[in-house]
Design a protein around this ligand. Structure first.
Ligand SMILES: Nc1nc2c(ncn2[C@@H]2O[C@H](COP(=O)(O)OP(=O)(O)OP(=O)(O)O)[C@@H](O)[C@H]2O)c(=O)[nH]1
Ligand SMILES: [Mg+2]
Length: 452
C-alpha cells in the first residue's frame, strides 16, 4: 500500500440531486485538492474523516462554490489510499467545473469502477465483495439487496477462503513430502488430507446450491401472461402491478402488442409481460401481436396460462412451444362467475390455480404457486448466499479436481493429488481474485459506473 498511485477523480453522484459528491483517491490527492480547496486550515490538519467547510476556486482564483470536504487517509478509506470527498451544491455546471479544475490540478479522470478496483487491488475487499458492490447497486428487490449486502460483508469470500487456506496448507505439506520422499519424517496423516479435501468438497457443493437463487436475484424472472382473448390477462397484469397499466375492455383482442413492466413478487424481481390474446385472425396487426405472444412464451421462464371459466375451456387451448410445458402455471380466471363446464375434468391431473382478476380472490394462492415454481421448493427462505455464474464455474472446476484428488489419495499417489490440488486451488484463487487475470478484472469493473 506504500506504492505510488496517481490521483483519480470522478463525480460520484447522479445528476439532479441537491448535492454532488466528487471523489478523489491516490497518493497525491492532497496536493491536487489543496490547489482548488481553501479553508481555515489545510484539509489534512482537520480531524480525519470529519467534514469541514471551505471554498472552491478555479485556477484564476475565481470562486466556484461553498462546499464541504472530508479527508480519509489510507489505508482506512474505501480504496485503501488517501481519499477525499468534496460535497458541492448539486448543479451540473458547478460539479463539472470543479471536476475540471481538479483534473487541471493533476488528477486523472477515473475509469468505471476504478475506486472499487483500487479497493480490491489494495486488499480492502476480495473479488466477491467487489462484485457485491455492483450487485447492490443493481438489486431490483429487497431480497436481492440482502443477498448482495451479505456478500459485501464477505460471507461468501470467508466461506471460500477457509477451504482455500486448508487446501493450500495440505498442498504445501504434500510438496515437502515429495521432496523428501525417502525420509521417515512426521508426515501429515492421511486422515487429515482426507478430512480437508472432504470438507472443501462439502463446502463447495453446498455453495453451488445457491446458483439458482443467485441467478434469479440478479437477473430476475421473465413472467408472461398468455391465453385466449378476453381471458383477463390485462386485468391480471393490472392486479399484479396494483394500478391500471393495461387497457381492459370486454372486446376480444383489446391487447394487440406485448406490454412489459418491472415489478417484484415476494422478493423475486419480475419482468412482467402482458400479451395479445391467442387466436386465429385475419387482421394483420392482431396476427403480428399473436406472433409476439408466442415469442414471449419462448423467452419466459414462467408462463401464466390463463383460462376464462365462463367460456368453453377447450376452445381456449393452443399448442405450447416444445420444452416449455414445465414453465407453465395454469390459472383459471373469473372465479367470481359461474363456470361453463367442469374445470376438473378439463385439467384432469394437471394442477391449476383459481383466481378472480376482478376482485383479487385467489391472488395469494397464485403468488404461492409462482414462488414455488420459481424457487422449485415450498416455503423458500431468503438465501444466505447467492453465487453468480463466475463463482459457479470456478467452484465446479475445483469440485471436479477435488473428487479426483480423493480417488488418487486412496492409492497414495501424492504426486497426482498435488496436481489436482493445484488446479482446484487455482480455480478458487480465481474466484476470490487472488490469481485473477487482468481481462477478468476489466470485465467485472467495467460494469460499474464511473465514480464507484
Ligand atoms: N367477472 C370477471 N370479469 C373479468 C375478470 N377478469 C377480467 N374480466 C373482464 O373480462 C374482460 C376482458 O378482460 P381483459 O383483461 O381485457 O382480457 P385480456 O385477456 O387482456 O383480453 P385481450 O387483451 O383481448 O386478449 C373485461 O371485461 C374484464 O373486465 C374476472 O376475474 N371476473
Ligand atoms: Mg389484454
Amino acid at each position: 500500500m506504500n506504492k505510488y498511485e496517481p490521483c483519480i477523480a470522478a463525480i460520484a453522484t447522479g445528476a439532479g440531486g441537491a448535492i454532488s459528491i466528487i471523489r478523489l483517491s491516490g497518493s497525491n490527492v492532497l496536493s491536487v485538492v489543496n490547489q482548488v480547496w481553501k479553508s481555515k486550515d489545510l484539509i489534512e490538519n482537520y480531524p480525519n474523516r470529519s467534514m469541514q467547510l471551505g471554498h472552491l476556486y478555479d485556477r484564476n482564483e475565481n470562486p466556484l462554490d461553498h462546499a464541504l470536504a472530508v479527508f480519509m487517509p489510507g489505508p482506512h478509506s474505501y480504496t485503501g489510499e488517501d481519499l477525499v470527498e468534496i460535497h458541492t451544491h448539486g448543479g451540473a455546471m458547478i460539479t463539472k467545473t470543479v471536476l475540471r479544475e481538479l483534473l487541471h490540478a493533476g488528477a486523472n479522470h477515473a475509469e468505471a469502477g476504478e475506486f472499487t478496483k483500487r479497493a480490491f487491488i489494495n486488499g480492502k475487499i476480495d473479488l466477491t465483495q467487489a462484485e457485491a458492490v455492483s450487485d447492490l447497486i443493481q438489486a431490483q428487490s429487497e431480497m436481492a439487496l440482502h443477498a448482495a449486502s451479505k456478500q459485501l460483508d464477505g460471507q461468501l469470500g470467508k466461506r471460500v477462503a477457509e477451504s482455500y487456506e486448508q487446501l493450500n496448507e495440505i498442498l504445501g505439506e504434500i510438496e515437502v513430502r515429495m521432496d523428501f520422499v525417502d525420509e521417515e519424517l512426521d508426515w501429515t496423516s492421511h486422515q487429515k488430507l482426507n478430512r480437508y479435501i472432504t470438507a472443501a468438497i462439502e463446502n463447495f457443493t453446498d455453495l453451488l446450491q445457491y446458483q439458482h437463487e443467485g441467478e434469479i436475484l440478479r437477473n430476475g424472472v421473465k413472467l408472461a401472461i398468455i391465453g385466449a382473448p378476453n381471458a383477463g390477462k390485462s386485468s391480471l397484469l393490472n392486479l399484479i402491478l396494483g394500478h391500471e397499466r393495461a387497457i381492459v375492455t370486454d372486446i376480444a383482442g383489446t391487447t394487440r402488442d406485448t406490454l412489459e413492466e418491472q415489478t417484484t413478487l415476494r422478493g423475486i424481481p419480475i419482468h412482467l409481460v402482458d400479451t395479445a390474446g391467442i387466436r386465429e385472425s385475419n387482421d394483420v396487426v392482431e396476427q403480428q401481436g399473436v406472433n409476439r405472444s408466442y415469442q414471449m412464451m419462448e423467452q419466459a421462464q414462467l408462463i401464466l396460462y390463463l383460462f376464462d371459466q365462463t367460456q368453453n375451456l377447450d376452445v381456449q387451448s393452443f399448442d405450447i412451444p416444445q420444452g416449455k410445458e414445465e414453465n407453465i402455471l395454469y390459472v383459471v380466471n373469473k372465479s367470481d362467475m359461474p363456470s361453463k363446464s367442469s374445470i376438473e375434468n378439463f385439467f384432469k391431473d394437471k394442477t391449476f390455480v383459481s383466481i378472480s382478476a376482478k376482485n383479487g380472490d385467489g391472488f395469494n394462492e397464485l403468488l404461492d404457486a409462482i414462488e414455488k415454481q420459481v424457487w422449485q421448493e415450498e416455503n423458500h427462505i431468503e438465501p444466505e448466499i447467492a453465487i453468480n455464474a463466475r463463482h459457479a464455474d470456478h467452484l465446479m472446476t475445483a469440485l471436479t479436481e477435488l473428487h479426483q484428488a480423493m480417488d488418487v489419495l486412496e492409492m497414495e499417489d501424492y504426486e497426482l493429488v498435488a496436481i489436482n490440488l493445484r488446479v482446484a486451488i487455482d480455480a478458487i484463487g480465481n474466484l476470490l481474485g487472488k490469481t485473477v487475470q487482468a481481462d477478468v478484472l476489466d470485465y467485472i469493473f467495467g460494469k460499474f459506473c464511473i465514480g464507484k
